[in-house]
Design a protein around this ligand. Structure first.
Ligand code: ADP
Length: 338
């Protein structure tokens, strides 16, 4: 390996590769001269491939083409899938007296990075779609008014529609900002002492007027418990859980918030409602961004589909666990244990 690394590669940077990376060195016939043991693990191969053709590591056309290109003297980079994993290949030819002597292949596992990229792309596509709907409505209504066909007496109704859609846009943008901030928040974000009981009381007070509109009773039980966390995020989590418990409730229903220590002395907050419930096959999905069990119903009551994803990310940031217990038509209980 040493000898080949010392050969002229035509690119100085390759000399500096960290040989603790996943590196494979092949000769001009694609035979493996050397490799790190981690390469075998990455490719899911059990025994050493030294002196064997490098293609035994991966039989995909992409890998074959990339190796062929390198052995023609062309540096190239390729993404390939290896079972469930995604790998980035960096192939560089090695020259000896201007003749191809072989190639060095550096393999990096980029599965997590690719996953994050995929989620980001999906999120951006969803954001654009969600923003476009109310904007299209606003634009359409404004155009009708502009054309002069709306009678003066009907203008307040049309303006009301514009106001409703614009409010929806504001809520959406606010939630999108919160999700993005949570995405960027890391474990170094400043934490403080947060009293869960006190915070729950504040949130319930804030939601009281909305609950009253639907004759829903709110109550708080439990103990004065404090944890260490990011107050604004925990407030947001409690707010979203309680807001949902009210939104997806039935008229004259009930919402009970409990703050307690469990049998393992871990603090938890539990929000229980007597609402419409969530079918068991939906219970995992509700934490996905923009996922709504009944899209039109959620929209009608001002939902964005981001509330529970904020709860989930907030829980991850605090190392908390979430348990959902729900029965259609009977209600839902969501517990976050810190
Ligand atoms: P939304 O803004 O639509 O409420 P969330 O992310 O907060 O979005 O929730 C996702 C979906 O989960 C909701 O659209 C709703 O269908 C369902 N859901 C959330 N909380 C409850 C609840 N307490 N009872 C019944 N369904 C719920």
């Amino acid at each position: 390996m040493q000898k080949l690394l010392q050969m002229k590669t035509g690119r100085d940077d390759i000399i500096n590769i960290n040989i603790y990376n996943n590196v494979i060195i092949i000769d001009k016939n694609a035979r493996v001269l050397s490799h790190n043991t981690s390469v075998l693990k990455l490719f899911g191969v059990l025994e050493s491939v030294e002196q064997k053709n490098v293609l035994v590591l991966n039989r995909t056309k992409e890998f074959e083409n990339a190796v062929a290109l390198a052995l023609e003297g062309r540096h190239n980079e390729k993404i390939i899938t290896v079972g469930e994993r995604v790998c980035n290949l960096y192939l560089n030819p090695v020259f000896d007296d201007e003749k191809i002597a072989g190639a060095i292949i550096v393999v990096t596992d980029v599965t997590e990075k690719e996953k994050r990229e995929h989620l980001r792309r999906e999120f951006s596509a969803n954001v654009s779609h969600e923003l476009k709907t109310p904007l299209t409505s606003i634009s359409g209504i404004a155009e009708i008014i502009k054309s002069g066909i709306v009678e003066t007496k009907d203008v307040p109704e049309f303006a009301g529609k514009i106001h409703k859609e614009a409010s929806r846009l504001i809520t959406l943008v606010e939630d999108i900002i919160k999700v993005s901030q949570l995405d960027e928040a890391d474990t170094t974000v400043e934490k403080e002492r947060v009293n869960l009981y006190e915070l729950s009381g504040e949130v319930l007070e804030q939601l009281e007027p909305v609950a009253k509109l639907n004759a829903i009773r709110l109550s708080l039980m439990g103990e004065d418990i404090a944890i260490v966390g990011v107050k604004s995020i925990i407030r947001e989590m409690i707010f979203n859980l309680c807001d949902n418990a009210i939104k997806y409730n039935k008229p004259e229903g009930e919402v009970i918030v409990k703050v307690k220590l469990d049998e393992n002395k871990r603090s938890y907050i539990e929000v229980k409602d007597t609402g419409i419930g969530i079918a068991s096959d939906q219970q995992d999905r509700i934490f996905e961004r923009f996922y709504r069990v009944d899209k039109s119903h959620s929209k009608e009551i001002g939902g964005t589909g981001l509330g529970l994803s904020i709860v989930k990310h907030g829980a991850i940031l605090h190392g908390a666990d979430i348990i959902v217990d729900s029965k259609l038509e009977y209600g839902t209980r969501i517990r976050v244990t810190f």
